[in-house]
Write a protein that binds this ligand. Structure first.
Ligand code: CUA
Length: 310
């Protein structure tokens, strides 16, 4: 997946990396073909034959040695120029810009805050199309690496140290992101998606994130809400309007509006949410989400409530 995605950039930053990759691939491909051709010629032309005379013995050749020293130096210098240009294009200076999004890596999910509005989301970042956004990246536990290959370069998420990356999408769409630094058992399922949409849609999404979800008064939904309060859900997860402001686990205020669950280990359907709440390990074995040994009835009520959190 990675190779193909690298060749499919949707931002100037990602394009710079993609072009560098292609340029080096062409240079290395040329060297590979040249060496292969020379080896084949040598094998055929200088093979041992009956009655062949002893091969001519050659000791040193100044011309050849200079050539095979100078040629790689020139090639490496050319590649260095390409690389410096790609670094400049993929990593524009930050200056005194304020971040548009603050991303924090957690084992094994992504938290994202929008400082200008206060919106807080998990594993799903929305951005307006055609705008370069400054993303501030850090970590709550171990070293992770934030990577959306079609939109930006990689950047390490380091506890206690803030890094920056510019992200941009020139076409609307949903772009896959991953954690690109091994960070423990569920590193594989530390994915995210970036939804790039027109400014108006982005604004609508952002203001929707800021609203409190409705409080269900009766039925399964109300029972689910009661369970959220009675169990220890709110010790780790925040739901805006309910007590507690924890972000040990993902904020659940608008969980029903998201496309993925458990860092991308499952798509966000009521069936998968049921499986996840009933037995998290069946979806993501080493996840920090505990199994509360809830009855099917209770889990159905929780799912009914969470489906109201749009
Ligand atoms: Cu986080 Cu790998």
């Amino acid at each position: 997946m990675t190779g193909v995605v690298t060749l499919n950039p949707f931002s100037p930053q990602a394009a710079a990396i993609s072009h560098l990759f292609i340029a080096i691939l062409i240079i290395l491909g040329g060297i590979f073909l040249l060496v292969t051709a020379l080896v084949i010629v040598a094998i055929i032309r200088y093979r041992d034959r009956p009655d062949a005379p002893e091969a001519r013995q050659v000791f040193g050749s100044h011309r050849l040695e200079i050539a095979w020293t100078v040629a790689p130096i020139l090639l490496l210098a050319l590649i260095a120029v390409f690389m410096i240009r790609a670094i400049e294009a993929s990593d524009p200076p930050v200056g005194d810009e304020h971040p548009d999004i603050r991303v924090t890596g957690h084992q094994w999910w992504w938290e994202a805050q929008y400082p200008s509005s206060g919106a807080l989301v998990a594993n799903e970042i929305h951005i307006p199309v055609g705008k370069s956004l400054l993303v501030e990246v850090d970590s709550a536990d171990v070293i992770h690496d934030f990577w959306v290959p079609e939109l930006a370069r990689k950047i390490d998420a380091i506890p206690g140290h803030v890094n920056h990356v510019w992200i941009r999408a020139d076409r609307p769409g949903v772009y896959q992101g991953v954690c690109a630094e091994f960070c423990g058992a569920e590193h594989t399922w530390m994915r995210l998606i970036v939804v790039a949409e027109p400014q108006a849609d982005f604004d609508a999404w952002q203001s929707a994130q800021l609203t409190n979800p409705p409080t269900p008064k009766e039925g399964m939904e109300a029972r689910g809400l009661q369970l959220v309060k009675d169990q220890t859900c709110l010790n780790c997860h925040a739901i805006s309007g309910l007590p507690g402001h924890k972000n040990i686990g993902p904020d659940l205020t608008h969980i029903a509006g998201r496309q993925i669950l458990a860092g991308g280990a499952a798509s966000n359907t009521p069936e998968n949410l049921f499986r996840w709440l009933k037995d998290p390990a069946s979806i993501k074995p080493e996840s920090h989400m505990p199994n509360f040994q809830l009855s099917d009835d209770s889990v159905h009520a929780l799912v009914a409530y969470m489906e109201t959190l749009k």
